[in-house]
Design a protein. Structure first.
Length: 172
């Protein structure tokens, strides 16, 4: 069990040793990095357990009741394993990580480019990783590389379900 929020962060030197918790636990407290505190290679990882309830609540919130998202029968009859989670539901999880952990409370998300090479289904366990890729101190901007992979039953990383980049403005 992680003791505090800094346990979720990996420095540029640390590489792979980091603590993982479900995303709800990751976001219970927050960081507030200033631009001067952020370095290329700094990273955060969280695990998201996708639920039918989250998909249903997002459909209600967004008004997107596409049967691909809300009907398992429809999704399966169209070649999917189950209902497909909304792409922006993933985006909402990502927003929570960025706004609460890295860079945290001092950021404003300006732009995101996310691709979804594989669908996300209910009951999937998704490892979401965000790594500082570039810093523009003169503009108070950073770019994060985003990657999300399914975790297999035995805990290994599986298919990539989302990848891309996000730009954030950071309060100095």
């Amino acid at each position: 069990m992680c003791q505090n929020m800094s346990d979720h962060l990996r420095s540029a030197e640390e590489g792979g040793d980091f603590c993982l918790q479900k995303i709800e636990n990751c976001l219970m407290s927050s960081n507030s990095f200033l631009l001067k505190d952020i370095v290329v290679g700094q990273a955060v990882d969280c695990v998201w357990q996708v639920t039918i309830e989250q998909i249903d609540q997002f459909a209600l919130l967004s008004g997107d009741y596409n049967p691909l998202h809300v009907s398992a029968e429809y999704a399966v009859s169209n070649g999917y394993q189950d209902r497909v989670a909304h792409g922006f539901l993933f985006g909402a999880q990502l927003s929570g990580i960025i706004g609460m952990l890295l860079p945290g409370e001092n950021c404003l998300l300006l732009e995101q480019q996310i691709a979804f090479p594989e669908p996300i289904y209910p009951d999937d366990t998704i490892l979401i990783s965000c790594t500082v890729k570039e810093i523009w101190k003169d503009l108070s901007l950073i770019e994060l590389k985003v990657k999300a992979k399914k975790k297999t039953i035995d805990g290994r990383e599986g298919q990539t379900v989302a990848r891309g980049k996000v730009q954030c403005k950071i309060r100095s």
